[in-house]
Design a protein around this ligand. Structure first.
Ligand code: 13P
Length: 251
């Protein structure tokens, strides 16, 4: 399956820094078209940077979406707005949004369905806390998030979804899950998807890993059978390091 490497810039970069980063990245990944390469800058940079990405093969992603079409929802951004600004993908339910902004599996589900209605491809994030891992609740927690986040989804719509497994204890900590830890969870997510959806579609569904992915650990992660890409935070802010991740070589 075609790998997906997505850079989540989070709340970083002003417009000039964003432009510099895109221009550098565009050159570094030029012609490397065996991977879907996606960047998720802050909302304020999306429109401008989309123009710079034209013809580069790199696709634009938002970091969030609101499910209503329009109206009195101060501060929110609709799917239609994202599409008109150049987005093709959207990150939904990142653990930082769940932790700091009250996202729940129910709001994640509404956002996933709204994104699909607008033709945006959701990257739906799930992941356990350190306490949950230490209490042996990883698989249970993650599978429950996946099931609730994808409730009401038709079988064929799953094809446009990527599930991002991001253990909270590995985000921004430099403490990556081992390839075996990640593979175990990805394999369980795949198993759950087989229970819920059509097998042919599940085979094509990308399950990507996030949490301290760097140039020096991507190759071993991508060698796992159920790791189909990466959602990269900090390392996506450095053009050369992100390009190295995009050009991974499974070992
Ligand atoms: P880091 O790569 O900085 O650990 O962040 C991961 C992440 O949260 C991507 O969405």
């Amino acid at each position: 399956m075609r790998p997906l490497i997505a850079g989540n810039w989070k709340m970083n970069t002003d417009l000039k820094q964003g432009v510099d980063l895109v221009l550098a990245l565009r050159d570094l990944v030029k012609g490397h078209d065996s991977v879907d390469c996606v960047i998720a800058p802050p909302f304020t940079a999306i429109h401008h940077l989309s123009h710079l990405l034209a013809g580069s093969g790199i696709e634009m992603c938002a970091q969030d979406i609101f499910w209503e079409k329009s109206g009195a929802y101060t501060g929110e951004i609709s799917g239609e707005m994202l599409v008109s600004a150049g987005c093709r993908h959207v990150i939904i339910g990142h653990s930082e949004r769940r932790q700091f902004f009250g996202e729940t599996d129910e709001t994640v589900n509404k956002k996933v369905l709204a994104a699909l209605r607008h033709g945006l491809k959701p990257i739906m994030c799930v992941g356990e806390s350190l306490d949950e891992r230490e209490a042996n609740k990883t698989i249970q927690t993650v599978c429950s998030q996946v099931k609730k986040g994808l409730a009401g989804l038709s079988g064929t719509a799953l094809r446009d979804i990527a599930v991002a497994y991001e253990p909270i204890w590995a985000i921004g900590t430099g403490r990556t899950a081992t390839p075996q830890q990640a593979e175990e969870v990805h394999n369980s997510i795949r198993g759950l998807l087989y229970e819920l959806f059509d097998g042919a579609t599940v085979k094509e569904t990308r399950i990507i890993y996030g949490g301290s992915v760097k140039g020096d650990n991507i190759d071993v992660l991508m060698a796992q059978p159920n790791i189909d890409g990466a959602l990269v935070g900090g390392a996506s802010l450095k053009a050369d390091e992100f390009a190295r991740i995009v050009k991974f070589q499974p070992v």
